[in-house]
Design a protein around this ligand. Structure first.
Ligand code: FES
Ligand SMILES: [Fe+2]
Length: 408
């Protein structure tokens, strides 16, 4: 009997769950290349305990954490030319999970040939390491050539990896909810910047929710400098769990409205990977193609904005104070929602982006569950295509948005 996927399925990602099997159809970011050094790296991905390592020949492997002999963690293993060696009795595994040696077995024993450890294919792209966790994934789909990771000529930066302790979907859903920018992340409405004017909580910008080939985007807009133009801020969601925004250079550098005439030149892309149902990791890349040679250098200090105000000594709220730090503001709200399917909700008209997002994801999970190829998984014929998401922030003709929205 076919099982009908609902919102409640979205949050469960372990092996054997519908969303877990769906996620296993995609390449997922599991580490930055920089974080994988000369020791094994223990990871939890989609509820599975795994170990990532780079052998002395430079090959990267992602294998089950627990040694198939008697279960010791390969996180404490020794890295060698040919793979990783369990510290307990020395079984040696290559990046494909083949057991190459069992030092305590009699000479000439072929027992090692019978052991195949869990292992998943791994690829490096633009400073990130991706893995494909489908069991028996012998013929993985192509790793998409995400433009901010493969383009050359601009400035690329991988931000610090971030770990969160709530369900992955609460974060993703935030990307389809542009009105929270004007309210949760509001800034001084009189500071003269584009951001405080555009995301003014007393005059929240209108937005369109637009379905796209890769997923969807929300397009916030306000009247532009001329009658047929408008200020636009696009934020995209791509399957399975990628967000991209383009307003970083205007919001973080506190630019005025005139700066937007040229449009955004920075793609800020976030790859989210669920660790389990209560944790996820975020890998963030900036790719800048504008004229400022010091863009990345200037960006770094703006990312660690401390919240305003001292903590009162009687304030027991773990995330207080949070106002003034966009990241903490997000955590204080997303992290306290509870999970979709369990929380009581009263959706409003401003939730139409969120409603669209849920439908797109439920449909994709349903497609995967029925054995089909969910949206965002490329065919081999599409392997070379450049994968690009919309994140325009700037001034452009009103007609662009009207045409796109008419299609949805
Ligand atoms: S537990 Fe790993 S070799 Fe024995
Ligand atoms: Fe936010």
């Amino acid at each position: 009997m076919s099982y009908e996927i609902t919102n409640a399925d979205i949050v469960r990602v372990g092996p054997g769950t519908a969303a877990g099997e769906w996620f296993r159809r995609y390449w997922l970011a599991v580490s930055t290349a920089k974080e994988l050094r000369d020791i094994p790296l223990g990871l939890k991905i989609l509820g599975e305990n795994l170990v990532l390592f780079r052998d002395l020949k430079g090959r990267v492997g992602l294998v089950g954490m627990h040694c198939p002999h008697r279960g010791s963690s390969l996180e404490y293993g020794d890295i060698e030319e040919r793979g990783i060696r369990c510290p307990y009795h020395g079984w040696l595994f290559d990046v494909a999970g083949n057991c190459l040696e069992q030092p305590a077995e009699p000479k000439g024993s072929t027992y090692h040939q019978k052991i195949k450890h869990i292992s998943y294919p791994v690829r490096e792209l633009g400073g990130l390491i991706f893995a494909y966790l489908r069991p028996d994934g012998d013929d993985p789909p192509p790793l998409p050539r995400y433009r901010p990771l493969v383009e050359q000529g601009g400035q690329r930066q991988i931000e610090e990896t971030r770990a969160y302790d709530y369900n992955w979907f609460n974060f993703i859903e935030n990307g389809a909810d542009p009105v929270h920018f004007s309210i949760l992340h509001r800034s001084d409405p009189n500071d003269g910047t584009w951001r405080s004017w555009f995301f003014d909580f007393r005059d929240v910008p209108a937005f369109d929710a637009v379905e796209t080939e890769y997923g969807m985007k929300v397009v916030s807009h306000k009247p532009g400098p001329t009658a047929d133009t408008e200020y636009v801020d696009e934020k995209s969601f791509a399957l399975p769990s990628i967000l991209q925004i383009g307003d970083t250079e205007f919001t973080h550098f506190k630019r005025d409205r005139s700066a937007l005439l040229d449009g955004s030149r920075n793609e800020h892309i976030m790859f989210l990977t669920p660790n389990d149902d209560e944790h996820f990791t975020l890998f963030t890349v900036n790719y800048y193609t504008g004229p400022d040679p010091d863009f990345i250098k200037k960006l770094a200090p703006t990312r660690s904005t401390a919240p305003q105000g001292e903590k009162k000594e009687y304030d027991k709220r773990p995330l207080a104070p949070f106002r003034g730090s966009v990241r903490r503001e997000d955590m204080a709200t997303q992290g306290t929602q509870g999970t979709i399917g369990e929380r009581a909700e009263h959706l409003a008209s401003s939730d139409r982006g969120v409603i669209m997002l849920r439908k797109i994801i439920v449909n994709a999970i349903q497609t995967a569950h029925a054995g089909g190829r969910p949206r965002g998984v490329l065919t081999h014929a599409e392997a070379d295509k450049s994968v690009r998401f919309d994140s325009f922030t700037g001034v452009r003709p009103v007609a662009v948005r009207q045409k796109e929205s008419a299609r949805t």
